[in-house]
Design a protein around this ligand. Structure first.
Ligand SMILES: NC(=O)c1ccc[n+]([C@@H]2O[C@H](COP(=O)([O-])OP(=O)(O)OC[C@H]3O[C@@H](n4cnc5c(N)ncnc54)[C@H](OP(=O)(O)O)[C@@H]3O)[C@@H](O)[C@H]2O)c1
Length: 248
């Protein structure tokens, strides 16, 4: 029996999202690849919809477009990868406008994403519950950050009053999804500090040329975690790309 999975990735056009997409779709990519072909080779169907987290109506509009134009009425896995991170101030130096801008995308946009997608995810879970297949999981993954994880000793030395606070909020909201939606497998994962535009921008704040980690290794590690994820084993927790759970 062939099983088809529908996976929604936000922020797929560069960085980690791009690498995750290429793992699922056989689109050849690197973090800085040129624009995607719309029809990848192989058996994967790639559909691109507009979803700007700063536009409150975009998540629901994307769901509508998927249903009406592409007949996509179920989603098995959401990878909430898109985030902004452009400044890393100490608390005493932080501009409230910068905190607000990070909040707009990473918290308010994230919440609208959840609200736009939960109905279709819940419908997917109900359909899977009726079916005979073994794969009953409907999965919400938040690409979180070690920078928003209070028990991370490595984060203590990094000023992070604008971006870090929003990633901590994402971890919290993802945990609440686990608590509130018993049909959902919901967890956060820290990709590690890797060489993408965002990772390297953070590195420059610390006087380094680039981040330490290899984004391809991170994407590979995260995929292993996604593939193994079940409500019993993974949900409600914070994971690393190495497949370990951490206190957050
Ligand atoms: N790289 C690291 O070291 C690191 C460490 C910890 C956590 N993370 C997390 O990993 C995830 C991916 O980061 P990355 O390193 O791959 O960053 P990146 O290269 O800067 O890519 C960020 C992605 O998010 C999208 N995005 C930004 N604002 C958006 C908005 N308003 N609406 C929709 N999409 C938006 C970007 O789209 P555009 O191209 O259109 O702007 C881009 O696709 C993020 O959640 C980040 O917090 C990264």
């Amino acid at each position: 029996m062939t099983t088809t999975k529908t996976i929604l990735i936000t922020g797929f056009n560069r960085g980690l999202g791009r690498l995750l997409l290429s793992s699922y779709s056989s689109v050849p990519t690197t973090p800085s690849s040129p624009p995607l072909p719309v029809h990848p080779s192989g058996t994967t169907r790639l559909i691109i919809v507009k979803l700007d987290l700063n536009v409150r109506t975009d998540p629901a509009a994307a769901v509508k477009e998927l249903a009406e134009k592409h007949d996509i009425n179920t989603i098995d896995v959401v990878i909430a990868n898109a985030s902004t991170g452009y400044i890393w101030p100490k608390v005493r130096e932080a501009e409230v406008d910068d905190i607000r801008a990070h909040m707009e995308t990473n918290v308010f946009g994230f919440v609208e994403l959840v609200k736009g997608l939960l109905p279709v995810l819940e419908r997917t879970a109900a359909k899977k519950g009726e079916g005979e297949g073994e794969d009953k999981e409907v999965v919400w993954v938040t690409i979180g950050s070690g920078g928003g994880w209070l028990n991370n000793p490595a984060a203590a030395a990094v000023p992070n009053a604008a971006y870090g606070v929003t990633k901590a909020a994402q971890h919290y909201l993802t945990r609440k999804l686990h608590d509130e939606e018993p049909w959902l497998t919901s967890f956060s994962i820290d990709p590690g500090w890797v060489r993408t535009e965002m990772g390297n921008a953070g590195a420059r704040v610390l006087g380094l040329e680039e981040a330490y980690g290899d984004p391809e290794e991170s994407a590979k590690g995260m995929l292993k975690v996604f593939d193994a994820a079940t409500r019993e084993t993974h949900s409600g927790k914070m994971w690393t790309a190495e497949g370990e759970t951490v206190l957050f």
